[in-house]
Design a protein around this ligand. Structure first.
Ligand SMILES: Cc1cc2nc3c(=O)[nH]c(=O)nc-3n(C[C@H](O)[C@H](O)[C@H](O)COP(=O)(O)OP(=O)(O)OC[C@H]3O[C@@H](n4cnc5c(N)ncnc54)[C@H](O)[C@@H]3O)c2cc1C
Length: 542
């Protein structure tokens, strides 16, 4: 036995899970088939609830490069239909515009600080489940070997070997006629307004840096602060493509012309800074390629087809899946890491408690029960957005309707909460009638004996937390018997009428009470919640 958990894949979700497991006291070994951290970039940012989650783990600040907490953004889009988020009283939309290479670097550094072993150049090639263990076959730089562990997690991406070896199906839909082209290019400066970043597209006029849909397809442009210009098109035909040939600038130029009717000059990007060489990419595509301008690799890719798939179960016995191994979907709106990183945070503490023998019955089952519906919802809204981007006059009519609907505050709130993943409400089984139970914990500003603190700053240890906001700290004693597993903080807040919150390590509220509850010191229901999520009363916890 060499590890509590073997994680296949040192992508963002495997690394995040490794950190969560270490925080919860178990020892993962991460196998990564690449010989070193990948240099190719994928995501250009994180969108939604995941930004707050990273703040609650102390990871937002190193990623954002600033000390302030995250703030919601004023506008976003649904299927390239703009949404004005100003109109929302409680805007759930957070954005962290950092490249995935940087996210992976920060997570790898955090994992190293926590003592996680990452074996670069080691590929999981086989597994067999037994009553108490899983045997894993690995091919490493010095040949094949086997290790044994209590659990094996598939964080090995869309084509997950772990998922296939565990016999977990990956059903879904494929749209084979969609062609996506993406490139790092240089657009001549005279076409870009330096003050706003807007592109002056010949014939079309000024357009803002977001997705634009016409009856011929989709175009997007962005001038990245320290990097090149990004150009992106989507078309609904594979006709005329030489699938054996790589994407060229001419092909991209012609695609923009077909979609927008504009003749936009493109050339290979200049090298403007050290980050530039990190920004090449090979996407999961049959036709991925890149070009070199003699000074470094740049992203120039064509991919054919869009897959929307969800694992038919998120765990088979001792083999759970996280991230792209469990779900793939269209990339619009950037839901991938919002979904995957929160899978990892949901699974980490449950798996650790199970391995430590501290889990109440059925705890690990709640991973699939809670996270698979969230994946289904992303599959739904990413497909809905794809439909809104498709060519045709009927779609244009549908978009007009959506444009009208998205002037309504309630509709914007509904869609924004769905896209951000802020509408999640997990079944907690106890006192579900309180409006906060099952929901993400609000970032209350608290006054403690040690001074003011945000709730997010109390959750970085990833331990269960009882927040006692009563005048007489009367909830704290009710948690005697769980002190070995649950931290307690007494505090005051002006932010809410809340008098008590019990947070799971993933920062979802397992129990809550406030001044309006007739039984707001209901110790019995608190103890029921403690037992449900963290196991029974124990003398060692007193
Ligand atoms: C072009 C593009 C743009 C995107 N833009 C965004 C965006 O803006 N925002 C967003 O949130 N998401 C975006 N995504 C999605 C995001 O990149 C993925 O959701 C994310 O990379 C998934 O992380 P992961 O850790 O699950 O898998 P991966 O990142 O795929 O990592 C899996 C790792 O497992 C390793 N591996 C595979 N097989 C084995 C094996 N058998 N043994 C050991 N190791 C193995 C791989 O080498 C890899 O390092 C984008 C994706 C693409 C392709």
């Amino acid at each position: 036995m060499v590890a509590d958990v073997v994680i296949a894949g040192a992508g963002p979700n495997g690394l995040m899970l490794a950190c969560e497991l270490r925080l919860a006291g178990v020892h993962p070994v991460v196998l990564e088939r690449l010989p070193e951290p990948r240099r190719e970039n994928r995501a250009n940012g994180l969108v939604g609830q995941v930004v707050r989650m990273l703040d609650h783990r102390g990871l937002y600040q190193p990623l954002a490069g600033k000390a302030e907490p995250p703030l919601p953004i004023p506008a976003f889009f649904f299927g390239a239909v703009p949404m004005d988020l100003h109109m929302l009283d409680d805007n759930p939309f957070y954005l962290l515009p950092v490249p995935q290479t940087r996210i992976e670097r920060v997570l790898a550094e955090r994992a190293a600080e926590l003592g996680v072993e990452v074996r670069w150049g080691h590929e999981l090639t086989g597994l067999s489940q037994h009553a108490d263990t899983v045997n894993v076959e690995v091919t490493g730089p010095n040949g094949r070997y086997e290790i044994s562990s209590r659990y094996v997690v598939g964080a090995d991406g869309a084509h997950s070997t772990t998922r296939k070896l565990a016999g977990i199906g990956f059903p879904g839909a494929a749209s084979d006629d969609i062609v996506t082209r993406i490139a790092e290019v240089a657009v001549p400066d005279e076409f870009v307004d330096p003050a706003t970043g807007r592109l002056n597209l010949p014939v079309y006029g000024y357009i803002s840096p977001m997705y634009h849909r016409t009856e011929q397809g989709v175009f997007a442009y962005a001038r990245l602060p320290a990097g090149p210009d990004m150009v992106f098109t989507v078309e609904w035909t594979t006709g005329g493509i030489d699938t054996d040939a790589s994407l060229t600038l001419e092909e991209l130029h012609d695609s923009i012309y077909r979609v927008m009717g504009a003749d936009l000059p493109l050339r290979p990007p200049d090298v403007r800074g050290p980050d530039r060489v990190d920004r090449s990419i090979v996407v999961n595509t049959r036709l991925a390629d890149r070009y070199r301008d003699g000074r470094g690799p740049h992203r120039l890719d064509r991919s054919i087809g869009v897959n929307t798939r969800l694992a038919d179960r998120y765990r088979d016995g001792r083999v759970p899946l996280v991230g792209d191994a469990a779900h793939v979907h269209f990339v619009i709106g950037g839901p991938g890491l919002n979904l995957g990183l929160q899978d990892a945070v949901n699974l980490g503490w449950k798996l650790a408690a199970t391995i430590r023998g501290a889990a109440p019955p059925g705890l690990l089952d709640t991973y699939d029960a809670e996270r698979r519906p969230v994946g289904e919802r992303v599959a739904m809204h990413s497909q809905a957005q794809l439909a809104l981007l498709a060519p045709g006059t009927e779609v244009t009519a549908l978009r007009e309707l959506f444009t009208e609907l998205l002037r309504d505050q309630h509709t914007v709130a509904h869609i924004a909460n769905m896209m951000a993943g802020a509408d999640i409400r997990y079944e907690m089984g106890v006192r579900d009638t309180h409006q906060l139970v099952g929901r993400w914990a609000p970032d209350l500003l608290l006054e403690t004996d040690n001074g003011p603190v945000r709730l997010a700053e109390l959750t970085t240890t990833a331990r269960p937390l009882l927040l006692d906001l009563t005048e007489d700290a009367s909830l704290t004693t009710a948690a005697d018997g769980w002190r070995d597993r649950v931290d307690t903080v007494t505090a005051h807040t002006e932010d809410a009428s809340t008098t008590g919150l019990l947070l799971r390590p993933d920062c979802y509220i397992a129990w809550a009470t406030d001044t309006s509850c007739p039984d707001h010191h209901d110790r019995e229901s608190l103890r029921t919640a403690l037992t449900t999520w963290f196991g029974p009363y124990s003398m060692t916890g007193c």
